[in-house]
Design a protein around this ligand. Structure first.
Ligand code: NDP
Length: 312
């Protein structure tokens, strides 16, 4: 039986992960892809998007797969994880903090008319725009999980009314919670800034399309920190060009990296970051990974277990 942990991501990140895991449990045997060694020796695989998931099927004693991020769409696309092997993801305070900061940056960018003031600066124009009123600008958050809930609370704390949308009913103090198709239809016409923090699943792919954008009020903004596959790019570009959507902040794309000739790069109302909204810090995330390795060995319930049927 195996007892090695395989790490598979970029080389620099692998050495950081190896150091962080060894600091917590020096007895762990850590292997870094592509130096897999005897595939039968691998009991846990801690992987990120670069890894070929078909490779995992070569490890006959694999007991656990861990995503190095909060998302697991990269693990679940065909061929998917080997049957019967559980998948865990990260829920991490630093990851959550990073995403909250990125969401606040972009909500405040649009709320405080920063694109307009930058354009004025370029033209040396000294002109006050109407005072923004947070209480009059409702934020709609798609996804009320670890990241969506934290962003909702932070925005509510700044005085924005917030509506959040989830799959199942939820109650969060100070946040208007909606769920399901009816909940989304009720939320969109009142949403001035839409923030997407959903997992990418068959049910959420392409959700931000022409129909959804049309349901937002004219002049609304779109912020996507989740996955590129949530947005139908041609629909968003059309809505931006028509002025129905006043601006978009996008961190994630399909494909990544965003191709150099993509119209988003030069669009005056699009603000791009390179999938950097929140980056996993191995030292912060390692304790739950080591705990899960110990739990998998002992046959105990895992932390942050992914529901493979729901896709997140
Ligand atoms: P969670 O699993 O904690 O939360 C997901 C939320 O989405 C839940 O509220 C869930 O509803 C809701 N949801 C899922 N499917 C549907 C659906 N069909 N209809 C309505 N609501 C749905 O995820 P996290 O908050 O931890 O992360 C969200 C995503 O953010 C990740 O999957 C990842 O893709 C992305 N991400 C991006 C990063 C970046 O740097 N750009 C960094 C980290 C994550 P319910 O509560 O009912 O289950």
């Amino acid at each position: 039986m195996g007892n090695a942990v395989l790490l598979a991501t970029r080389a620099e990140a692998m050495s950081e992960w190896a150091e962080a895991l060894r600091a917590l449990d020096p007895s762990l045997e850590i292997r870094c892809f592509p130096d897999v060694g005897d595939p039968a020796g691998i009991e846990a695989a801690v992987v990120w998007t670069e890894h070929d998931m078909a490779e995992l099927r070569r490890y006959p004693n694999l007991k656990l797969i861990v995503s190095m991020g909060a998302g697991v769409d990269h693990l679940l696309r065909p061929p998917g994880p080997p049957p019967g092997v559980p998948v865990a993801r990260l829920v991490d305070a630093r990851l959550t903090q990073g995403m909250t900061e990125w969401v606040l940056l972009n909500v405040l960018r649009f709320h405080r008319q920063d694109p307009e003031y930058r354009a004025q600066q370029a033209a040396r124009i000294w002109r006050e725009l109407p005072a923004p009123d947070a209480a009059a600008r409702r934020i709609g958050i798609l996804g009320l999980g670890a990241l969506g809930t934290a962003a909702a609370r932070a925005l509510s704390g700044l005085g924005f009314p917030v509506t959040g949308w989830s799959r199942r009913p939820k109650a969060i103090a100070g946040i208007e919670c909606r769920h399901g198709a009816d909940g989304l239809a009720a939320m969109l016409p009142r949403t001035a800034i839409l923030v997407c923090l959903l997992p990418l699943t068959p049910a959420t792919r392409g959700l931000i399309n022409a129909d959804l954008l049309r349901a937002l009020p004219r002049g609304a903004y779109v912020i996507n920190g989740a996955r590129g596959g949530h947005v139908v790019d041609a629909d968003l570009l059309r809505a931006l060009d028509e002025g129905h959507i006043a601006g978009a902040a996008l961190d994630v794309f399909e494909p990544e990296p965003l191709p150099p000739d993509h119209p988003y790069w030069s669009h005056p109302r699009v603000f791009i970051t390179p999938h950097a909204a929140s980056i996993t810090i191995p030292r912060s995330a390692a304790p739950q990974v080591v705990e899960n390795i110990h739990r998998a060995r002992a046959g105990r319930p895992l932390l942050n277990l992914v529901d493979l049927a729901a896709g997140y």
